[in-house]
Write a protein that binds this ligand. Structure first.
Ligand SMILES: C[S@@+](CC[C@H](N)C(=O)[O-])C[C@H]1O[C@@H](n2cnc3c(N)ncnc32)[C@H](O)[C@@H]1O
Length: 174
């Protein structure tokens, strides 16, 4: 039987919580800021701040849609297109993010694929070695190693460990 819209939403939220919890555990020994790419209604941002107390979490969105209780403080919120706000964030923080959660998917697959093409390199510029990226859409970025279970499950989610040094070592061996 086909899944209802309600069931798809439940699958999405269950997958998001599982990946957010897994990513938080993976960065336990990794210092650095956290990036929420797509604040939306603030659901996943609220979960991140609950499971990562003490981390600086910066949120990004084109416009503010979140209720006041799930809105970051003004110094942790970047409003505008990711293409404009992420390069400014890179200038300010450099590659210091331990975790990025990119939740930008829409119902238009072609649009999302094109967005992932330019968003991946922008995120890469902000990630520290050993950091973790998780996302609701696939990225292909050199030096990002897929975590087990990427793209699988009832509601696919993707995760990568940032290990650029391994890519460099591989290139030197070739
Ligand atoms: C799926 S929603 C995020 C949901 C959110 N994580 C939550 O749990 O409530 C995606 C968000 O990404 C934002 N977005 C998509 N593309 C963007 C872009 N190029 N620049 C800025 N924001 C963008 C949209 O405005 C939307 O609020």
């Amino acid at each position: 039987m086909a899944q209802s819209r309600l069931e798809r939403m439940i699958a999405r939220l269950v997958a998001q919580r599982a990946w957010l919890d897994r990513a938080a555990a993976l960065i336990e020994g990794t210092p650095g800021i956290v990036l929420e790419i797509g604040l939306g209604k603030g659901r996943t941002w609220d979960h991140l701040r609950t499971i990562l107390p003490g981390r600086d979490i910066y949120a990004f969105d084109r416009a503010l849609h979140a209720p006041a209780a799930c809105t970051p403080s003004v110094d942790h919120l970047f409003l505008g297109d990711f293409r404009d706000t992420l390069p400014l964030t890179r200038e300010r923080f450099g590659p210091t993010a331990a975790l990025a959660h990119a939740d930008f998917g829409s119902e238009e697959a072609a649009h999302d694929a094109e967005q992932a093409r330019w968003l991946g390199p922008l995120l890469d510029g902000l990630m520290r070695e050993g950091g973790i990226v998780i996302a609701d859409r696939p990225f292909e970025v050199p030096g990002w190693h897929p975590l087990a279970g990427s793209g699988a499950g009832e509601w696919p989610y993707w995760g990568w460990s940032i290990r650029r040094s391994e890519r460099r070592a591989h290139l030197l061996r070739e």
